[in-house]
Design a protein around this ligand. Structure first.
Ligand code: SF4
Ligand code: SF4
Length: 438
């Protein structure tokens, strides 16, 4: 099996070992060892928080270069709803669509159009019943991986539908093949990624075996070229570039947009990774079972808050709100009674045992006791100077063999003090003995 790909990566030379990221990581996936940050790969959910906070710009997201599109005969670009909040000059969606074509893409497929289909399917599933409540959105890949690692019991609440990015890619490829007669491999499907979690989801898809997205290019990379192209075609653009989505789809770029599109009043929407964790704890404690739907976005304000975007999340969210007011409620609905298979998961989403101490339950219990015992001897200051995010995490690292008690500067000081006082008493003893002899 190939190794799990993580978009988030460290530039070791730039890292100063300041522990800012260690303290921020929601899954305690970072340690500083030998003066440099290290990511515990199994625990990372690619939320991008460490990229957001690193004062030395030592964390990055690995994305695909725009030049990668050159190898395809026909290129379709998938702009996410959040892209439409990135620009000041965005009188309408058509301008951005036309500018994307101006950059060399043969076709544009709005992710918001696929989002409207997912919303339609979600409404039908909620109405039909049979899903465990509250139903949790499966759209944010960072949240889905967080659930797999830290809240595996909640996987049965997760909506078993494809994320809009994946559905858009499938539909875009089908449409391109039909229109051009080209085989699937000649068509390049390019997603403009607002966050590292979506880049990771292309390489390690959840709910499907293989992603239909060929390249995930960061919004930050395409931003300047797209701005120049928008300025160029601002005066006139062809009618063929008319927008594909309505209010419902565009709203997915902001926190609450997906939940609002379920048309139920019993919903909760939370954004920002700490809030997401708090809500998942509430669900785990069975305190939200009266809600139909829970939308969770790892980034502040929703996808507009992704670290690969350029604009301030709240400014971008406001623009999307204004832009959508000129659109019809929805432009895309599922034809017929049944939800097409294309929209449904075709692979199971399993728990990830990244937090398990030992695969043997008896061993784990023993390790847990040792962790508690070591933790009780630590100072409980959670200062991070040992390179771990908390004293509890250091105790765990010691038991797992990744660190030692000497990493704690307070325990080390106690040791040094003890040695010094025993040397001092030895010296006093020997002086007294010499005085007696003399
Ligand atoms: S925030 Fe993390 S990655 Fe950035 S310099 Fe500090 S320790 Fe290194
Ligand atoms: S991307 Fe998120 S989970 Fe991964 S190391 Fe950074 S802060 Fe932690």
């Amino acid at each position: 099996m190939s190794e799990y790909f993580h978009s988030v990566t460290l530039d070791k030379d730039a890292c100063r070992g300041c522990i800012t990221c260690v303290k921020r990581c929601p899954t305690e996936a970072i340690r500083v060892r030998n003066g440099k940050a290290q990511i515990i790969r199994e625990r990372c959910i690619d939320c991008g928080e460490c990229i957001r906070v690193c004062p030395h710009h030592a964390k990055h997201a690995m994305t695909d270069p725009l030049s990668g599109t050159e190898s395809f005969a026909y290129k379709v670009v998938l702009p996410p709803p959040s892209l439409f909040g990135q620009y000041k000059r965005q009188e309408d969606l058509e301008l951005i669509r036309s500018a994307l074509r101006g950059l060399g893409f043969d076709a544009v497929y709005e992710v918001a159009a696929a989002a409207e289909l997912v919303s339609d399917a979600t409404r039908r599933l909620i109405e039909k019943g049979g899903l465990k409540k509250p139903v949790i959105s499966s759209a944010c890949p960072a949240v889905l991986r967080l659930i797999r690692i830290c809240f595996p019991n909640l996987l049965e609440n997760v909506l078993p539908l494809s994320a809009p990015m994946e559905l858009a890619a499938r539909l875009a490829r089908q449409e391109a093949m039909w229109e051009t007669g080209l085989p699937a491999e000649k068509i390049g499907i390019v997603f403009l990624a607002p966050c590292p979690a979506k880049v990771t989801a292309v390489r390690n898809p959840m709910g499907t075996v293989k992603s239909e997205v060929d390249l995930a290019v960061s919004v930050g990379e395409i931003y300047p070229a797209l701005l120049a192209a928008m300025n160029k075609c601002a005066e006139s653009y062809p009618e063929t570039d008319s927008a594909q989505s309505g209010r419902t789809g565009l709203s997915w770029g902001n926190s609450g947009g997906e939940a609002g599109a379920t048309f139920t009043v019993r919903y909760l929407a939370a954004d920002g990774i700490e809030n997401v964790i708090n809500v998942l704890e509430e669900i785990e404690g069975d305190r939200l079972s009266d809600q139909d739907f829970v939308e969770l976005s790892a980034c502040p304000a929703g996808c507009v808050g992704g670290v690969l975007n350029i604009e301030n999340p709240y400014v971008a969210a406001t623009r999307i709100k204004q832009l959508r007011s000129y659109r019809p409620v929805s432009c895309n609905n599922i034809a017929g009674e049944e939800i097409p298979e294309l929209l449904c998961w075709d692979a199971a989403v399993e728990p990830v045992a990244a937090m398990r101490l030992d695969p043997v339950p008896g061993q784990s219990l023993g390790m847990m006791r040792r962790i508690e015992e070591i933790w009780s001897r630590l100072y409980g200051l959670d200062c991070g100077s040992c390179g771990a995010p908390s004293c509890r995490a250091l105790a765990e690292d010691i038991v797992l063999g990744y660190s030692t008690e000497d990493a704690c500067i307070y325990l080390l000081k106690d040791k040094v003090d003890a040695v010094r006082s025993s040397m001092l008493s030895l010296r006093i003893d020997s002086r007294e003995k010499s005085a007696e002899k003399g």
